[in-house]
Design a protein around this ligand. Structure first.
Ligand code: IMP
Length: 179
């Protein structure tokens, strides 16, 4: 783990190590294996942020499952609040399926709420949410993710799929904005 990472104009310091992340992802995989045995869940990852978490999580899922990748397009690049437009790439028939949405982070919960409403309108048998990070203090929607890697304070983080203005997703550890 680097002692500091500079991305664009900002400096980030170590927050959650790659080892801790991998341990936690393994535990989440074990929970999903137990909960979804013989249910053939469909894991839907929300790009780009959840690509790394999805790939790691899948390697710990040992019950039969299917996967899909979607994007949420918005009117403004990184701002989700109130500006969500539509879901791209959701071609699977969700009727009667056990769906697990895989996200990188739940902040305000606006994206999650939008996705939950859209997917529920397609009649899945069940819908749960997996996210590597959750900022409960920033939440402004009535949602509760079932599989959470780490609950964190509402600071800005990068790494393990999360970016600051396009960079930082490839960091194996998670870093937080230096205060
Ligand atoms: P929400 O709709 O406010 O929950 O925001 C979800 C999205 O905002 C995530 O999928 C991320 O793309 C982005 N986001 C929220 N917090 C952070 C952060 O700390 N670092 C990087 N991206 C973040």
């Amino acid at each position: 783990m680097q002692s500091e990472v500079t991305i664009h104009d900002k400096t980030f310091v170590p927050f959650i190590s790659a080892e801790k992340i991998q341990e936690r992802v393994k535990e989440l995989g074990a929970e999903i294996n137990k909960d979804y045995l013989d249910k053939r869940p469909l894991l839907i990852a929300v790009l780009n942020g959840s690509a790394i978490f999805m790939a790691d999580l899948l390697r710990h899922i040992h019950t039969a499952c299917e996967i899909a990748f979607i994007r949420v397009s918005s009117y403004q690049g990184t701002e989700s609040s109130g500006k969500l437009k539509n879901i791209l790439g959701l071609t699977d028939d969700l009727n009667g399926r056990h769906v697990i949405l895989v996200e990188d982070i739940i902040d305000t919960g606006d994206t999650a709420k939008y996705l939950i409403d859209e997917i529920n309108s397609k009649n899945p048998a069940s819908l749960r949410f997996a996210t590597i990070l959750f900022k409960p203090a920033a939440l402004r929607q009535d949602i509760k993710p079932e599989y959470v890697g780490f609950e964190i304070d509402p600071a800005f983080v990068v790494g393990y799929g999360l970016d600051y203005d396009g960079l930082g997703r490839n960091l194996a550890d998670i870093y937080v904005l230096k205060s």
